[in-house]
Design a protein around this ligand. Structure first.
Ligand code: ATP
Ligand code: LTN
Length: 330
């Protein structure tokens, strides 16, 4: 029997945070044996906000190296760059024609990003989720492992699959979201009611996968907590709650056991230990990353091979779509 299909992606827009890792990439690793996995670097999505071309090229390679350093194995999974497979933009066009302006206008990410870039409110920002739907639907994807913030976009991808299937006949698999209970929304270290984001203006708000040890210790020490002063896991102590979750996922220790261990102690010792847990959890990734970035020829081979494999699958779906909508074959 054929394996079920997983698809996910990250934008090469700046450095990756531990939020991207815990909410997405770490979970991708666990799916590699059971599923046929496609992990994409979504550079077409990245240009919906202004990018410096030279830096975009570098970030794209960096994200590829980070995927692999985190444990994505190119012998098991297909790793590729979105712009290398033109079928993504081609299917986007077709899906645009069955997407409703109203639904796209209600997307939270669009509303937030358009508020931030009022002077450059480009159409790409608006159709961003349609491109994401195309990414997913091209591969007849069963499962999409992402963080909580992508839930609404996934709902749209499901809607478009169903709408197309109803209009023309069964064509797309309707994908399911894979969102974890813990770790799907790592919060900002400075304002724990907001998501940790790599595009945050305050660099103390996030920990990067490539931050050095002292930076990690400093950022965790400065992380916002509360004045209650007791270690507990609840919604009144959001800052602490977030830190406990980070501790739990990196260490594998259950949340109640962590709370127990630090009960009666102040936040200082807990934060010190947390910093070491995080450092421990990512030092291996950093080592592998540095090795890979010194071997760019190898990285190039990986993404060339990845694009070939991805394109083969993508074109199968695109051909069906073109036929169903009535395009005359060449
Ligand atoms: P930005 O914050 O700059 O908009 P981003 O950090 O959300 O970007 P993306 O490339 O948009 O990065 O997201 C990649 C993946 O990481 C997605 O699956 C997303 O849901 C997940 N993710 C992003 N931030 C977090 C977070 N704070 N907690 C958990 N998962 C996250
Ligand atoms: N929009 C996503 C990135 C993304 C994606 C995808 C995730 C683009 N295409 C397909 C899963 C499946 C984000 O994280 N901002």
């Amino acid at each position: 029997m054929d394996k079920k299909v997983v698809f996910s992606g990250v934008q090469p827009s700046g450095k990756l945070t531990i939020g991207n890792y815990l909410g997405a990439i770490k979970n991708w690793v666990e799916l590699q044996d059971e599923y046929d996995c496609y992990y994409c670097i979504v550079d077409l999505h990245a240009i919906t906000i202004p990018q410096v071309p030279k830096e975009l090229r570098r970030s794209t390679l960096e994200v590829l190296a980070l995927y692999m350093a985190c444990g994505i194995d190119p012998d098991k999974s297909t790793i590729f760059i979105q712009s290398h497979v033109p079928a993504h933009t081609e299917l986007t066009w077709v899906l645009n024609t069955i997407s409703y302006m109203g639904q796209l206008g209600r997307m939270t990410q669009y509303k937030e990003k358009s508020r931030r870039s009022e002077e450059n409110l480009n159409a790409g920002l608006f159709t961003y989720p349609v491109l994401m739907a195309a990414d997913i639907l091209l591969y007849q994807t069963d499962l999409v492992p992402v963080g909580e913030d992508q839930k609404q976009h996934l709902e749209l991808a499901r809607d478009l699959a169903i709408r197309f299937n109803n209009k023309y006949s069964e064509t797309f698999k309707v994908p399911e979201p894979g969102i974890k209970d813990v770790g799907a929304k790592i919060m900002s270290l400075q304002s724990p009611e907001a998501k940790m984001s790599k595009s945050d203006a305050d660099e103390n708000a996030y920990i990067l996968l490539l931050d050095d040890k002292d930076t990690i210790r400093r950022k965790i020490k400065r992380a916002v907590t509360d004045s209650l002063g007791t270690i507990a896991y609840n919604d009144e102590q959001l800052g602490l709650k977030n830190l406990i979750e980070i501790y739990s996922i990196f260490s594998g220790e259950k949340i109640p056991s962590i709370v127990n261990k630090y009960e009666g102690q102040g936040y200082g010792k807990f934060k010190e230990d947390l910093a070491e847990v995080v450092i421990d959890g990512i030092s291996n990734i950093q080592e592998k990353y540095n090795y890979l970035m010194d071997n760019k020829d190898y990285l190039e081979k990986i993404y060339i091979k990845g694009a070939e494999k991805a394109e083969y699958q993508a074109l199968k779906t695109l051909r069906k779509v073109y036929k169903k909508v009535g395009f005359l074959p060449r």
